[in-house]
Design a protein around this ligand. Sequence first.
Ligand code: SF4
Ligand code: SF4
Length: 278
Amino acid sequence: MMIDRICISINNRCNLACKYCHFHEKKTSINETDMDIFKILDNVIYSIETNDIPVFKIGFVGNGEPMLDYDALKEYLLYIAEYLENGRIAAYTISNGLLLNEEMLQFFKKYNVNVGFSIDGIEAIHNKYRCGTYTKVMEKIELYKRINGHYPSMNCTVGEDILNKADETITFFKQFDNRITFSRMIGKYGISLEAFNLFLKKAAEQLYVRTGGYDCTMYGGMCGAGMNNFFYANGNVYICGNCIDMAPLGKSDMPFSQLETLKFDFDRNHCYKESLCE
Ligand code: SF4
Ligand code: SF4
């Protein structure tokens, strides 16, 4: 299958230490290796042009807070500016919001870069897991709204506390009238896939929720690892962002044509990573 989607982890550091963050659990397998991101972007452009890909999706997301390296991120986006402007590349990033300012948000708006905010719903739950940052994040969400005229898309990690306050959480997100990606908390504070899917079903009755398809079981879909979507970090390419503590598929400059020949055969109703680790 043709690759038309990648995620690039531009750094490996964060200004927060959220309680459930699996990036911190995997820190030993993540180091600050230089990665030539321009070379990856060259591969994207080459593939768009030679394979006539209508829209290639790039997520500047991964093992940390991208805004800590905003200057570098800006360079990467300017490198592909023409493609961002004509819609052949759709870029997005996800931030904890703290460092975002007006200049950054104006820049992202100009180049159609979607900025998602991580927020875990009501104040008490968000603060419990995300270092007491609720008020600050809400301020930045309002700043985004002032600049863009609508609220941003949001990412919320669902654990036991949210399951216990499902109605309050859903009511909280209703006010924004935007797209919410709920993801299942895994690791030490993890919840079962069953409990998560029940919550997701309930939320989808009232909210615009990302769900379904070959994507990731963490978001309520099937596992899309290694189909049309790969993850770059640490100078390497991996089958998915959750697999960075496993052997990489190759170096980050590996041509897409070589990646596309790899075959991953497994039951996509289950997480590839979890099925290997069971
Ligand atoms: S902001 Fe994201 S990367 Fe940083 S500690 Fe929190 S969950 Fe982890
Ligand atoms: S391997 Fe697991 S975490 Fe990665 S895309 Fe598949 S379901 Fe999601």
